[in-house]
Design a protein around this ligand. Structure first.
Ligand code: F6P
Length: 534
């Protein structure tokens, strides 16, 4: 296995012993920044790169994150910022490269500009004013002219962690197909049962035959689990098995784990690439347009909402109440409501509500039943948890193995509260439907299958091209490589002072439940995340 050293620019990289002073070799970065950048000099820890086209300095800033990883930030004219991801050439200045095998691939060799230009980056924000700074950009994903692995030497592994999500098997399949068909890789291992599978289980051999029709099945053929992240044991296992490409599919907790694995791999001086493919049915990962499986979840939720509507319309004062997933973010509930048109009220974690009194939920239910004789309520599992703990006088400090807050069943609780409230006033027929795990366990739909395929291919291209320590994600419709820290430092939430929530309120005509003294700061920026800010 190759190793690298962190060396000051004056030293040659010859030793296989890691240099614990961790000076950084920037020189090799210049070719990858492209032809427009022509010189550099060190200026108190910042790397200045002169941009030929604009004749103004472009600054590469190496900052230190909480995880002690280097942040590669390039700044340019008119407020341009590139939040770049690590690359083998940053710390393997003499790493051998090879022509991309796609050049000889009959399908790709005819495609004009199939290889991504080194200078291509994707803006985080696309709604701009004439005087807006150019803002933050991410490196565009895709195949590069040269690759940093000889296909015969590649030993790749894939692991799935955390909760289920439609499309996991499709991502696994397409990583295997991408590596095999596009790059001729022959050795691909599946890690059994999440992070702990690295050190507690045998690996599973993956090839084109094993993965052939797994995309038609829900779940993950590799198995999954929460927790089990023992960095030392995981990296020992990677080293012992000779693995040099690690593809990690999971949510924000998993991606934090991937960042720590990447750090440890770098610390040990191993030439091993770590790439994350973000997964969460809740769609709460920032920066990216949407996470795979979300579209399927919204579609599958329609079946439960339809059933709730049928039940509600068939009985006197019928109420259909559907609980959907969404621990901290109500995206599934919001989109399922907007898609359905049968929902009268959507309750999400971001929008506090109250039951009793003027403008409260009970008043609204009474009004809607009087008007139309039936109603459908959609509630995200994380909504109303504060009310629930107040009324149960139980604390909600329990956490699952991933560190997520363990929720109490708001669906059951609110059903009972509604029944109790109306018991003496009218005959109520309330049917509570909890389809949460059924939704998560289905295979991905056509749109998510395409999404999974492209994410997997982008991850494979990035790793083969020498990029490292990144998560792949769709930003404004383009695939990008995003540094781990950007997608783990916060969660994406529905901004209830943004247009989308206003559209929902106009569609259901439900109260906003905002009291006049609620202080909701308007979000003039349209939210930081790219996620579905239409
Ligand atoms: O992965 C997110 C999620 O689906 C949440 O919506 C949900 O709260 C949680 O996982 C439940 O997962 P589990 O019961 O498997 O821990």
């Amino acid at each position: 296995m190759d190793s690298f050293t962190f060396r000051s620019p004056s030293k040659q990289s010859t030793s296989s012993e890691p240099d614990h002073h961790q000076h950084h070799q920037f020189g090799s970065l210049i070719p990858r920044l492209g032809k427009k950048y022509r010189s550099l000099s060190f200026d108190s820890g910042l790397l200045l790169i002169v941009n030929q086209r604009f004749e103004s300095p472009t600054r590469l800033v190496m900052a230190t994150s909480a995880l002690n990883s280097d942040r590669k930030i390039v700044t340019g004219p008119a407020g341009y910022i590139l939040e770049d991801v690590p690359h083998f050439s940053d710390y393997f200045p003499n790493a051998r490269t090879y022509p991309n095998p796609l050049q000889n691939n009959a399908a790709y060799s005819v495609v004009k500009q199939y290889f991504v230009d080194e200078d291509d980056t994707v803006p985080q924000k696309i709604v701009v004013h004439p005087d807006s700074p150019r803002g933050t950009h991410f490196r565009r994903a895709g195949p590069r002219q040269r690759v940093y692995f000889d296909s015969d030497d590649v030993v790749a592994c894939i692991v799935t962690c955390g909760g289920l999500c439609p499309g996991l098997n499709t991502v696994i399949r397409e990583i295997v197909c991408g590596l095999s068909y596009m790059y001729g890789v022959k050795k691909i291992l599946g890690i059994d049962g999440g992070y702990r599978g690295f050190y507690a289980r045998n690996t599973i051999d993956l090839d084109l035959k094993t993965v052939n029709d797994i995309h038609k099945r829900g779940g993950t053929i590799l198995g999954t689990s929460r927790g089990g992240h023992d960095t030392t044991k995981i990296v020992d296992s990677i080293q012992d098995r000779g693995i040099n490409q690690v593809y990690i599919i999971g949510g924000d907790g998993t991606q934090k784990g991937a960042a720590v694995i990447f750090e440890e791999i770098r610390r040990r001086g191993l030439k091993v690439a770590v790439a994350g493919i973000p997964k969460t049915i809740d769609n709460d990962i920032p920066i990216i347009d949407r996470s795979f499986g979300f579209d399927t979840a919204v579609e599958e939720a329609q079946r439960a909402i339809n059933a709730a509507h049928v039940e509600a319309t068939s009985f006197e004062n019928g109420i259909g109440l559907v609980k959907l997933m969404g621990r901290y973010s109500g995206f599934i509930a919001m989109y399922a409501t907007l898609a359905s048109r049968d929902v009268d009220c959507c309750l999400i974690p971001e929008s506090p509500f109250y039951l009793e009194g003027k403008g409260g939920l009970f008043e609204f239910i009474g009004k809607r039943l009087k008007e139309s004789g039936h109603m459908v309520i959609v509630i995200a599992e994380g909504a109303g948890q504060d009310l629930l703990s107040e009324s149960n006088e139980q604390s909600t400090t329990l956490k699952d193995a991933s560190g997520n807050k363990l929720l109490q069943d708001v669906g059951l609780w609110i059903s009972q509260r509604i029944k109790d409230h109306f018991a003496k006033k009218m005959t109520l027929n309330l049917k509570y439907i909890d389809p949460t795990y059924m939704i998560r366990a289905v295979p991905s739909n056509a749109s998510d299958n395409v999404c999974c395929t492209l994410l997997a291919q982008s991850a494979v291209h990035g790793v083969m091209a020498g990029y490292n320590g990144f998560t792949v994600g769709l930003v404004n419709g383009r695939h990008t490589y995003i540094p781990f820290y950007r997608i783990t430092e916060k969660q994406n939430k529905v901004v209830i002072t943004d247009r989308m929530w206003a559209r929902l309120l106009s569609s259901t005509n439900q109260p906003s439940f905002m009291k006049h003294d609620d202080n909701h700061e308007p979000n003039h920026s349209g939210g930081e995340a790219g996620a579905m800010n239409w």
